[in-house]
Design a protein around this ligand. Sequence first.
Ligand code: SF4
Length: 333
Amino acid sequence: MSATLLTAADLSRTYGSRRGLFGAITKVRAVNRVSFSIGAGETLGIVGESGSGKSTMGRMALGLEPPDEGEVRFIGQPIPPSGTPAWRTQRARMQMIYQDPLGALDRRLPVITQVQEPLDIHQLGDSANRPQRAQEMLARVGLSVEQMGRYPHELSGGQRQRVVLARALMTRPDFLVCDEPVSALDVSIQAQVVNLLVELQSEFSLAMLFISHDLRVVRQVSTRVAVMYLGDFVEEGDADDLFAEPLHPYTRALVSAAPVTQRMPGHQRIVLKGEPPNPANRPGGCSFHPRCPLALARCKVEAPTLVPVDQGSGRRVACHLVEPSMSTSNRAA
Ligand code: SF4
């Protein structure tokens, strides 16, 4: 097992939301007491529908947004407050890849200048060698010398995301948060960028928090996976185990609906009832109960807690049907 790089303990984040100009402010719990850790070189994939709190959690992991409760530690130390010199120093070791590469780049500068910038900002290495290092990194992510001198709008979406990746890697970070990094790209290009990410992760020994609504992509890059629903982790475990045998009813529905090249005989797609509830109006008890095909009377009043199952594997599930002591063979069908 790799050394722990980042730990998040009991992270919560609540926003105020006003309905109309004069409406009362309602509280929206975006992330609800979430805990996890990421080891060096490990990728934790976070999946869930839009509005499940994935992106808020990614921002808190980098210190871009403070939690209302809980704490994030990077290499054993609390993340300094955002914008402070200590935080900026630490940011060299923690980078972020956003969904929209065009928004992440400066349209007025050639991409090679932007890839060199992190070295200038953090005063890393000999200034005379910085252009060459930027060129080498851009070549590593697959750009030609001619493309390096272009402006962002002169590149394709996939090429722009390669530039963003090159820029993020210039400071040789230990930790990368990727927030829907391929969602805005064409499907054919998505595979190329995901493959590149997997290669770079191994080459640079990166730990990653990989956020996506796309199970196929998460499965491809993740060592472990956590499933979020309305701000809660409802299941977490080794990626292969979780996809082979999802335990939470929500995970089962997601996995059953994920596009795959080949289905097992007898596979049935689980179609969930209704839309995810409004986070400002969370259902009582288990927040998944209005859509859960297996809900019990107890589920409407009692929220399940995330408990370890299969001691030693790190698998955790929040569902009244999955008890910590139960073995795989006698779990609810
Ligand atoms: Fe379904 Fe109940 Fe489990 Fe929630 S606790 S997922 S409602 S069975």
